[in-house]
Design a protein around this ligand. Structure first.
Ligand code: SAJ
Length: 427
């Protein structure tokens, strides 16, 4: 039996929606991609991506030229609607579902009996049922599975993405999928969609379990990174090299500590644990504490840089790396920006920034923080304090001899230049 779903409307063409749309289109499914960002829509229709991600450009050119993907700013009627819009947190660390709600409101008038709605945006536990309520309010003429069960007119599923930015296309085709339908019929319908392009396994469950699995995965990573960061602080007090401690401890067959760093960035790990904390604040003590430990890292890095500057007559600081992690241009929630913001509270001298993946930085960074975006060579020539914040490949290639000018201070928050570990300060 062929797949009954011929036309998919993908709402949100960002880090998750665009690659998913491409993989479906590449396998012969007609995809209409929807995004409220007019520039992004125009770029996609002309075969250009707005994201640095291996393999994406090539695949986009391919599916745009074969007309299997078209982007526009409004949803269209389709067999399947996939929602992949951001779910940030509010100023009070509560889940902000406003983009999801807006996306559902825009597509609700287009829904027809037999449609499948898949939510890929990260949701708090209970979020999928809430989405069903919103759809049901907008379309009282249709039945939805949270009330109507197996025989509902519309099927609704939560299927979180779990891909690692930087390796998105590979992980999207090879990672296991968690599919949580409101009913088993919903789950089985979504399975048909993911089987079009995914070669990974499938874990079929209910929506609440799928929602919590996604949050737990990111909270687990956050707690492990917080542990590494706390070990680093402890080592600083005890005058022990934290990298060596973790390297040796990780030789134990049952120890696997992640790496300390300047903090945790990106659009997921610094955000998703708060969804758990918000729903069960009394119980989620460790998860809450890990967030606090990791959020505090940029302040500690900045404090250390300032203390090092006091040992130098005319300090010129170069911060290497703005992106939240290696070899991307993604600066969302980047700890590097927090470090720069903190530095500017007490340092008024020259501040250079090197980010090989970005040619144009925001005005905020250059004006509010009075920083200069420069090439790596300029930073290496002019700075006497080098702060490594992101472990981009361009920085990994720098040789120790290029760094270790006499009197120059080096703060390597990622531990990539460990030729002479004792010269690096711990945080
Ligand atoms: N980091 C460290 N030390 C480490 C590892 C990471 O400080 O040992 C920092 C990174 O530098 C970065 C942040 O943590 O600032 C997050 O980076 P990441 O590579 O750990 O994760 P993301 O945010 O790019 O992607 C995560 C992944 N989640 C897990 O690995 C459990 C990915 O699979 C998810 O799909 C993604 O979040 C998401 O969208 O939820």
């Amino acid at each position: 039996m062929g797949n009954p779903f011929k036309h998919i409307c993908m709402i949100g063409l960002g880090y998750v929606g665009l690659p998913t749309a491409l993989l479906l289109a590449k396998r012969g499914i007609e995809v209409t991609g929807v995004d409220i960002d007019a520039e992004r829509v125009a770029a996609i229709n002309s075969g250009r991506t707005t994201i640095v991600e291996p393999g994406l450009d090539e695949m986009l050119r391919d599916v745009v030229s074969s007309a299997m993907l078209r982007a526009q700013d409004t949803p269209v009627a389709a067999d399947v609607f996939i929602v992949a819009v951001p779910t940030p947190i509010t100023a009070n660390y509560a889940p902000d579902l406003s983009h999801v709600r807006a996306a559902l409101n825009r597509m609700a008038p287009l829904l027809e009996i037999g449609n499948l709605v898949i939510l890929e945006s990260t949701l708090p536990v209970g979020g999928t049922e809430m989405c069903c309520e919103w759809l049901a309010d907008a379309r009282p003429d249709l039945s939805f599975p949270h009330k109507a069960g197996e025989g509902s007119d519309i099927r609704v599923v939560y299927c979180p993405e779990r891909v690692l930015p930087g390796n998105t296309l590979f992980e999207m085709t090879h990672n296991d999928r968690v599919i949580g339908g409101i009913t088993p019929a919903c789950t089985m319908a979504a399975l048909q969609i993911y089987q079009i392009f995914s070669q990974g396994g499938y874990h079929m469950t209910n929506t609440r379990t799928a929602e919590l699995v996604k949050l737990v995965e990111n909270a687990y990573r956050d707690v492990n990174i917080a542990f590494a960061n706390e070990i680093s602080t402890i080592c600083n007090v005890l005058d022990v090299d934290p990298w060596e401690v973790c390297d040796i401890a990780n030789n134990h067959p049952r120890v696997d500590i992640l790496r300390q760093g300047p903090g945790v960035g990106g659009h997921c790990i610094p955000i998703d644990p708060w969804f758990i904390v918000h729903s069960v604040p009394e119980e989620a003590r460790l998860i809450h504490m890990a967030r606090q430990v990791n959020n505090d890292r940029p302040r500690r890095v900045a404090e250390q840089v300032i203390s090092v500057c006091k040992e130098i007559k005319s300090p010129v600081i170069a911060c290497l790396g703005l992106a939240y992690k290696a070899d991307t241009d993604d600066v969302r929630e980047s700890p590097s920006i927090s470090v720069i913001r903190q530095l500017r509270k007490s340092y008024s001298g020259r501040l250079l920034v090197v980010e090989p993946n970005i040619t144009d930085v925001s005005l905020d960074l250059t004006e509010d923080y009075r920083s200069e975006l420069v090439d790596l060579s300029v930073a290496l020539d002019s700075a006497n304090v080098i702060v490594l914040l992101t472990d981009h490949k361009e920085f990994r290639r720098v040789r120790w001899e290029q760094l270790s000018l006499s009197g120059r201070k080096i703060i390597d928050t990622r531990g990539i230049w460990r030729k002479n570990p004792r010269q690096e300060a711990n945080i």
